[in-house]
Each structure stands twice: as structure tokens, then as C-alpha cells.
Design a protein around this ligand. Sequence first.
Ligand code: GNR
Ligand code: NI
Length: 171
Amino acid sequence: MALLPLIIAPDPRLKKLSMPVGKVDARINRLMDDMLETMYAANGIGLAAPQVDELLRVIVVDVSDKNEPPNPIGLANPEVVWADEERILYNEGCLSLPEQYADVVRPKAVRVRYLDRDNRPQEIAGTGLLATVLQHEIDHLEGTLFVDRVSLLKRNMILRRLQKLKKVGEL
Ligand code: GNR
Ligand code: NI
């Protein structure tokens, strides 16, 4: 296992389209393990491969509570196959936009098809926080950040703040 460096916005690498995985093999399993380790170390509940400089359609999530057993899930080629017409608002954060938060509106529930660690097709249904995180991670694979789903004013505020923090060496 290894901790991977996280890419912090603004960075052109976070805006790129990620490529599908051909087969979930030992290499992809290692990537999922390293991503989970990196995510837990950063107290995150999700992580997408492009955030660790791998332009592959791989995400990991774990939305379990602190007082319950961990529930790490690795998903390759995740695809939303159904989305509720009902919407919810969530105050989102992102490990690539440290300490920045904004309210984002998304479908309240989704079903996501994906390949598991054994390269087998699976489906996962999520509502609430899990639905939000799955969509947030799949967005990363398209080069979309949560700030791309808020007003131009809020987006520019957050991105300029991060740019400044980078410039003074605080990120
Ligand atoms: O750790 C994370 N928390 C979070 C909170 C609300 C909505 C989405 C997220 S995902 C984020 C980790 C991350 O940046 N994944 O890409
Ligand atoms: Ni994110």
C-alpha cells in the first residue's frame, strides 16, 4: 500500500477525461488499495483516480460512520444507470479543493453499474450522502469539479482563493 500525492485545484489535470479500464486486474486492485489508503489518511469519503494523477475510470468510496465497521468499495467504469427525479442539496467538499465548500444540487438517489475488484459487473443503489458522493466521484472522471455545478461567482471565489494559497506556498 502507498499514500499517493493529491492534485490540488486549479490544475489542468483535474479537467481531463479519464479512460475506461479494460479489465480489473492486479494493477487496478493495487490502485484501488492505494486510493483507499490515501482517502482514509485525508479523512475523505470518496476519491477518484484523476485526483491522484491516474486518468482511469476508477473511484473508491466509504460513507460508513466512525462508530460502524468500514465499508470500502472500489468501482471501475462506474456509470449512472438511473437517477431519481427528486433533487437534494448537499454542502460538498473535495480533497482537491481543500477547505472549500459549496451547496450542490444533485439527484437524491442513483443506481450505478460498475466492475468490482474481481472484474464482475455489479450495481449499487445510493441515496443521500452515498448518492452525492458517487455522483461527485463520477464527475471527476469527466473532468468536472463540484465548483463547476455552482454559480460562476462562487466558483471564481473558491478557485481564486486556492490559487492564492498555492502561490504563498500554503498548499
Ligand atoms: O471527502 C469528501 N467529502 C465529500 C463531502 C460532500 C460531498 C462530496 C464529498 S467527496 C470528498 C472526497 C473527494 O474529493 N472526492 O473526490
Ligand atoms: Ni472530489
